[in-house]
Design a protein around this ligand. Structure first.
Ligand SMILES: *Cc1c(COP(=O)(O)O)cnc(C)c1O
Length: 390
């Protein structure tokens, strides 16, 4: 070949050659595709989630590193990282359900999931039955010939009910159903649902797994190769797969997940106990408190009780609004699982689509405040809460 001209040289950059060394961290492979010497290798990568890297929507080395890391933490055979938690949840639901199928879910569910199930019912001839999260007999009674899937959440939002994963997953398995568990609130540090009989675990990695409030992402982890490959194919068709930069940020956060969870849980414990004794507070909902309806189950299932709790102000909605505008350190914001303490008012934000009757049934009052505790010093948080309550 003749000497290349500047226009061509500028395009074809030299690749880094790492002779005899390698990066300590997982590099960010910010590329939409890969180059091949052998067309057969190219073809192989198109058809499976664990083959050669071909095209960004199918796979990427940074994304696969995240998938392997989370799959390892959850004890799965494989994982599919997605652009958001809802991307993971919908890849699973839309990938496994077809018109005419019936699903069984607990209630309340994360708002986005609840909205999606309503959509599946309204537009795709799918039917749903709701059962309590810790009632395997109710699950058995709800099974029909066309039931395919059971959907649970390890710890639910915002009053933190804990699902009876061993009982519910066993009932699902007896009936030949696929059980899916949203493990976002627990993280694999507190719970690994596959060990309790679940078939698929989903996460919003936006929350604890990334942990720094700087990325939106999701992941689904599978107990079986068959489900892994099926949902991967569907996530690729849907275009739900993760972006490498988001995966890279999530990997960076994941390295400190165990340390952060320890602090989230200990901060939640201290604040929940102190609020429980505060005269302005009528109830605290955290599964670590013996008064919580899920406490006994949670104590069996989880080594600690998570960093999210909610509490009811005796003064109702007006007191809730006053509290929310009086906090200085805690931030009034959506989401959870980041290093900063965030609070919100479920009745007007995350659970605004529920009727007053439904809110009441799920234990959410006009004066309920949800707290997603961060990793700040607990005395600084308490000082902020105490001044906002006074
Ligand atoms: C945030 C969240 C989701 C949705 O995740 P996104 O990343 O916002 O799409 C699903 N389930 C739970 C429990 C969540 O907290």
């Amino acid at each position: 070949m003749t000497e290349l001209r500047p226009e061509t040289r500028a395009v074809h950059l030299p690749q880094p050659q790492l002779d005899g060394s390698r990066p300590i961290t997982v590099p960010l492979y910010q590329t939409s595709g890969f180059v091949f010497d052998d067309p057969a290798v190219f073809a192989d990568g198109m058809g499976r989630p664990d083959g050669p890297f071909v095209y960004g929507r199918l796979s990427n080395p940074t994304v696969r590193s995240l998938e392997e890391a989370v799959s390892g933490l959850e004890g799965g055979v494989g994982a599919v990282a997605t652009g958001s938690g809802m991307g993971a949840i919908n890849s699973v639901l839309l990938g496994l359900l077809k018109p005419g199928d019936h699903l069984i879910a607990q209630k309340p569910l994360y708002g986005g999931t609840a909205a999606m199930i309503n959509d599946l019912v309204a537009r795709f001839q799918i039917t749903v039955s709701y059962v309590p999260e810790a009632d395997p007999a109710a699950l058995r009674a709800a099974v029909r010939p066309e039931t395919r899937l059971v959907y649970l959440e390890t710890i639910a939002n915002p009053v933190t009910q804990v699902a009876d994963l061993p009982g519910m997953c066993a009932a699902a398995r007896e009936a030949g159903l696929v059980s899916v568990v949203d493990n976002t609130f627990a993280s694999p540090i507190l719970c690994r649902p596959l060990e309790h009989g679940a078939d698929i675990v989903v996460h919003s990695t936006t929350k604890y797994l990334s942990g720094h409030t700087d990325v939106v992402g999701g992941i689904a982890v599978f107990a079986s190769e068959e489900l892994y490959r099926k949902v991967w194919h569907f996530a690729v068709e849907l275009g739900a797969t993760a972006d490498p930069f988001a995966a890279w940020l999530t990997l960076r956060g994941l390295q400190t997940l165990p340390l952060r969870m320890e602090r989230h849980c200990s901060n939640a414990r201290e604040l929940a106990l102190r609020l429980d004794n505060h005269p302005a507070v009528s109830a605290v909902h955290w599964p670590g408190l013996p008064s919580h309806p899920s406490h006994e189950l949670a104590a069996k299932l989880l080594p600690d009780f998570g960093g999210v709790f909610s509490f009811d102000l005796a003064g109702g909605r007006a007191a809730g609004e006053r509290f929310m505008s009086a906090v200085r350190l805690a931030l009034l914001a959506p989401s959870l699982g980041g290093v900063e303490t965030l609070i919100l008012h479920p009745a007007t934000t995350s659970h605004r689509s529920l009727t007053a009757e439904e809110l009441g049934r799920h234990g959410i009052g006009e004066g309920t405040v949800r707290v997603a505790v961060g990793i700040e010093h607990v005395e600084d948080l308490w000082a902020d809460f105490a001044q906002a309550l006074s």
